[in-house]
Ligand binder design. Sequence first.
Ligand code: ADP
Ligand code: MG
Length: 321
Amino acid sequence: MAEFDLIARYFTRPTNEAADLGIGDDAALLRVSDGCQLAISADMSVAGTHFFPETPAFDIGWKTMAVNVSDMAAMGALPKWATLSLALPEVDEAWLAQFSRGLFACAERYGVALIGGDTTRGPLNIAINILGEVPVGQALRRDGARVGDDVWVSGPLGSAALWLQARLGKISLSDAEMQGLAPAMHHPQPSVALGLALRGVANSALDLSDGLLADLGHILKASQVGAVLDWARIPRAENLPDTLPLEVLQRAVLAGGDDYALCFTAPVTQRGVIQAMAADLPLPLSLIGSIVAEQGLYVRDGETMLACTATGYNHFGESQP
Ligand code: ADP
Ligand code: MG
């Protein structure tokens, strides 16, 4: 199949006026809304590093788009356009059909138009660039946390990490437990509506891709502050076996990756607004700690302080699938 036919068949959909010019020319043409800045981000998925070779193509398509959309959510931006750069070892039409279904299912769910890309032969590698809009000055950056801010997190943490631990044979979970955790791993639901609602409310925000401690650490470093969290308040995966060691659970919740929840800080005066937001969206939003002047990140578990050496996932450290 010629490259041009492949693009036409699997990656060209009506862009419903999302772009002045979409796929098919040397470049796409976009118009940015008045008063808005462009938010641009990139995320790549590589076979063997970001997903297991046997992962269904639909799931790979969904997740690759979702992790990009999540970066827009974390910025308080409205995702609008994406490009797809694809290296394929071979033209496997069954794979491409499912991959494209998953990719567009996520893109359409979040109103993202695919406006271009590149296709080449090579080891399976999927790179998406995403573009969104945010009113000038309203983006949710990492450097805005202030001493006294509450620290909030959306959604339960640790589900994807526990699924991965079990898939790697490091812990043992039943099929039913695995099925309960799998959607978090394969079909993350980026919190775009939350990101938009947090404009003008949150002082800082990011999405959790590498684990709570590592990612919140980026906010602390950029804002030159510290934080104290309360283990008991951190929302976690439910319906897990009683036999799961606490240490495994804590590691998944605090340092596991792939949650794609948002972590944000906001002044104490915004508590009521944020609680109303949780009811409106609806989305579980948990107040898990506060920003302090002394730098460092501490997690209090009752009377004891957890050692926070469990930094987030490191791409050049621990081995991956
Ligand atoms: P060029 O030779 O100028 O790089 P291509 O032949 O690579 O152009 O691409 C032709 C058109 O198809 C361009 O508009 C490009 O953005 C688009 N395109 C190529 N690959 C993809 C893809 N995987 N997904 C979406 N659009 C693509
Ligand atoms: Mg090209």
